[in-house]
Design a binder for this molecule. Structure first.
Ligand code: 5GP
Length: 184
């Protein structure tokens, strides 16, 4: 394997998806690890592009057969990094994983040379504002998401890098700089 693994984590609402899209657009040599999940697709999400959308049974089967580099359950749904696809991608270059901190911790255990990057919002208040502004999170879920976000943010201390997404362009530039330093 020649490529490097980059793990990107950050609470929902932090703008991680936008940061990742920009980073991937500027580094065509990078590939994105498509996770498997048991949650249903959101509007616009394509099977095999954003996630592999699996039944609970199929996900369980992959867990039992050791087909994930790591997996975790989040809001009653399974999320996992399929090992075979990841290894195939690593042959051709570096790979970016968008996973939450439990997954990141397990990746670090299995691949100690993985580079872990945590994206932070400018403040907790701003994160809540962005989460509401996105309009895809029902009001009763906001408090739950914020509790989870606070826990995730406490995990940033054991990541290799913490990047604040205050200014989008600056955040993208910072992530690209880390990737250039570590991958090239
Ligand atoms: P969402 O359902 O909003 O797409 O993702 C929820 C959370 O699951 C996000 O924090 C995302 O980073 C995380 N996630 C996505 N794929 C994986 C995976 O393969 N493994 C783990 N551990 N977390 C994942």
């Amino acid at each position: 394997m020649s490529g490097k693994l980059f793990v990107i984590s950050g609470a929902s609402g932090v703008g991680k998806g936008t940061v990742l899209n920009r980073v991937m657009a500027q580094r065509e040599d990078l590939s994105f690890s498509v996770s498997a999940t048991t949650r249903p697709p959101r509007p616009g999400e394509i099977d095999g592009v954003h996630y592999y959308f699996l039944s609970q049974e199929k996900f369980r089967e992959m867990v039992d057969n050791d087909e994930f580099l790591e997996y975790d359950y989040h809001a009653a749904n399974g999320y996992g990094t399929p090992l075979k696809q990841l290894e195939e991608k690593l042959v051709n270059g570096s790979v970016v994983l968008d996973i939450e901190p439990n997954g990141a911790e397990n990746v670090r255990k299995k691949r100690p040379d993985a580079v872990l990057i945590f994206i932070m919002p400018p403040s907790v208040e701003e994160l809540e504002r962005r989460l509401r502004g996105r309009g895809d999170t029902p009001e009763e879920q906001i408090a739950l998401r914020m509790d989870r976000a606070k826990w995730e943010m406490e995990q940033r201390f054991w990541y290799d890098y913490v990047v604040v997404n205050d200014d989008l362009e600056a955040c993208v530039a910072e992530v690209l700089k880390i990737i250039a330093e570590k991958a090239d």
